[in-house]
Structure formats: C-alpha cells, structure tokens
Ligand binder design. Structure first.
Ligand SMILES: Cc1ncc(COP(=O)(O)O)c(C=O)c1O
Length: 415
C-alpha cells in the first residue's frame, strides 16, 4: 500500500495553480483536476494579461509600420523570437515562428525535403511518432518517390537502438524523431540517436512538442538540424509554434509560403526573398499570441529545471507505485527516463468509459489513440487512457486520480 506520508511532501510547485485562473473551477461538482497537459496546458495570468494589453494597448501590424504602435508591436514580437531562441540555445536568425509543431514539420517537408530528397531516398520515422511527424513525410514520399522506413521501438517505449543501427545506410537521408513520446511519455536518448544518424550524413528533425515544457533543450548540444515545438503545450497561447533550423541549412532553403513580409523585391519578372527566418514567415502572423508567448517562456524559465524534474520524479514514483496496485492495469511506456505522463489500459473497461467516469469526478484525462495510430496498432490496442501532468499538478491530485481509477476498476473491471 502506498503510504499517505508520500503525499505530504512539499515542492516549490505547490501554490503554482493559483497563477492559473481556469484551475479554480469545479467540474461536475468536483474541483477540476486537469491532467490533459500533453494535449494543451493551461495559461498563467501573465499570458492572459499580455493578450489583453496587446489588444487594448498597441494592436498593430508588424514589420511594416513607421508609427509608434507598429514599432511597439514589432519590438514585442521580435522579443519573443529572442527569448524562444535563447530557451533552446539557438541564434535568433535560426528561429522561425510558425503556428505550431505541425506547421513547423510541414515547412521542412515542403522546403528542405522538397529540394533535397530524391526518388529512392529513405526517410526514417520512429514507430512512436505523432501523426504530425508521419503524414507530412508520407505526402512528401508520394511526391518524390522516397521510402518511409519505420524504426521499431523497445518494449519500454524508446527507439530500439540496435535495430536503428542496422537500418541506417547511405540512403538514409532524413531522421524524424520525437524527443518525448506523446502517447507513452518516454524520453528518447536523443544525443546518442542523433550521433548515429550524423555518421551517415542523415539530416535530423526533432519533434520536441512534448519535451519543451519538461526537459531542457539545447540545440547546440544535441546538434540536430531541425527542431519543432508548440507554444500551447508550454503554458503559452494556441497558434504559436517554432522551428529551429541550422542557419547554414536555412539559408539554402526555398520559401515555404509566398506573400507579404517574406520578400525583398517583387516585380512581374520575378521576386527575391528575405534572409531566414523572415523568408519563411509570409503574411500577417499571429501577433497577439506570439507576443504573449514571451510570458510563457518567462514563466517556465523562472522555475528551476532541477526542481521541475524533482517534481515530476515525485509524481512518477508515486503514480508508478499506485499503478502496480491496480488490478488489470497495463501501463505503456515504462522506461524510467520519462515525463509525468501515464498511459494505461484496464482489463475489461474501455478507455473511453474510464475517461468519462473520471470526468464525472472532475478529472480531465485524454483517451484514444493520441494521434499515434501506428503505435497503437503495433501495441495491438485501440487506445489508452492518458493522464499527463503539468507544473501545477500536485501529488494530492495524483492521489485523487489513482483513487478514482482504483474505484472504477473495482466496480467495472474484470475480477
Ligand atoms: C509529439 C507531438 N508532435 C506534434 C504534435 C502536434 O502539435 P500541434 O498540434 O501543436 O501542431 C503534438 C500534439 O499533441 C505532439 O504531442
């Protein structure tokens, strides 16, 4: 039996939930326990305030105005780029602002890959990828006649390094891999994986959508070619994302979308384009949300990464102990290197029903395939229940979750 004393441990994160007004509510008569952070996180007051300040104080289009408001908006927008770049240890001119991870990956598929991949080239994609890191490559493979090669994962939920070494060959031209799996919560040993790929001159794209709010990212240390992440999964607004690319690669890439903002000169004889990153940012961007995103970076940066990890490890240790006590519970993604994300099934109860029963108690989780249908099919399941924790979730909330899951199992699960 997991002792209650574990629950009384305090971390610097207790009290953080007060910064998030949405968490103050009751759902179905119970205090909300929001455990769907892998889908999207909630937003702190500072982010919400920033949106209001922009629209009530200096709403203007950016990069083209000469007036005071336009300059203020441009400065604030570019400030986010600066902060985002420093968050992952990149240079500002290597940081493209997009709508999200999905757009970032599609940008690479439509530009770099379109220009550099040829018929017969292999695109290596791990079996645990989100659809956003599979479908753009399938579309590209159809256009260019490339082969998609699926990289198997181990039973604990990370890339199978042995198999990867055997698959790598001179035709391997692109590796598309997640830092953290959104369906399993497992952290891939990325440095080692990228090093193996580099030995074959294989360009690397990292999907860091689930990593950015949980583990430090240093693109210099990783030495990846591209890295994509989304603001809304790291306490920022929706509709903001980032693509890092090595400048030496970006500068050779053709534009993604054509239009205003990304051009140098336009005539009916042809057009010339700006240098990166603006070359890849056509049209009016999501100005308000990009500006507010700076507050999310500031919020995360103010938390000590070591404390953040310690907080997650507490949640992991406790949750794993509780999961072992629940009959018929099958956990997925059991590698110790993981974030506080728990994916499981329970014998005899459909994940969707578990999700609904938890919702009736005010506990929000995700159920289904989590946009990883190929992974679910490899695991021979339809889907899982996924409880994913954020910085504001406490051990008390983990206890509420597992108490509720235990009750559901006792009432509806097989004996
Ligand atoms: C690992 C991973 N990659 C990509 C995405 C897509 O992110 P977005 O919808 O913000 O573009 C998600 C979203 O859940 C994800 O978890």
């Amino acid at each position: 039996m997991v002792e209650n004393k574990t629950i009384s441990k305090k971390t610097q994160f207790s009290g953080l939930s007060k910064e998030f007004p949405i968490l103050e509510q009751e759902v179905n008569g119970y205090p909300l326990v929001y455990l769907d952070n892998a889908a999207t996180t909630q937003k702190p007051n500072s982010v919400i305030r920033s949106l209001e300040e922009y629209y009530s104080g200096f709403n203007s289009n950016i990069h083209r105005g000469v007036h005071t408001l336009a300059n203020r908006a441009t400065d604030a927008f570019e400030k986010t780029r600066k902060v985002a770049a420093s968050f992952i240890n990149a240079n500002e001119n290597e940081l493209i602002i997009t709508k999200g991870t999905t757009e970032s990956i599609n940008l690479v598929a439509r530009t770099w890959a379109e220009q550099n991949l040829r018929s017969g080239d292999e695109i290596l994609v791990s079996a645990s990828e989100h659809h956003s890191n599979i479908v753009p490559w399938q579309l590209l493979a159809e256009r260019k006649g490339c082969q998609i090669v699926k990289l198997p994962i181990t039973s604990t939920g990370i890339l199978d390094l042995g198999a990867f070494k055997k698959i790598l060959n001179p035709r391997s031209k692109l590796l598309a891999i997640n830092f953290v799996s959104n369906a399993l919560g497992t952290i891939n040993p990325l440095k080692e994986i990228l090093k193996l790929a580099r030995a074959y001159d294989c360009t690397t794209l990292v999907d860091a959508a689930q990593a950015a709010a949980h583990i430090p990212i240093d693109v210099q240390e990783l030495d990846c070619d591209f890295l994509a992440f989304s603001g809304h999964k790291m306490y920022g607004p929706t509709g903001v994302g980032f693509l890092y690319g090595k400048y030496s690669i970006l500068e050779k890439m053709p534009p993604f979308l054509g239009g205003g903002e990304m051009i140098n000169e336009v005539s009916f004889d042809g057009s010339t384009f700006l240098d990166p990153p603006l070359r890849f940012e056509a049209g009016t961007p999501n100005i308000a949300d990009v500006i507010a995103m700076k507050e999310a970076f500031d919020f995360l940066s103010a938390l000590e990464m070591e404390d953040l990890r310690a907080h997650e490890l507490e949640l992991i240790e406790y949750s794993e102990a509780r999961m072992k006590e629940i009959k018929g519970l099958r956990p997925f993604g059991t590698r110790t290197e993981k974030i506080a994300l728990f994916s499981f099934t329970i014998d005899g109860i459909h994940p969707f029903d578990i999700g609904q029963l938890l919702d009736a108690k005010g506990i929000a989780v995700r159920t289904g395939h989590h946009c990883t249908m190929p992974l679910m099919s490899d695991l021979e399941i339809e889907g899982t229940v996924r409880a994913s924790f954020g910085v504001y979730n406490s051990l008390q909330e983990a206890k509420k979750l597992w108490d509720a899951v235990e009750k559901i199992q006792k009432k509806y699960g097989g004996t």
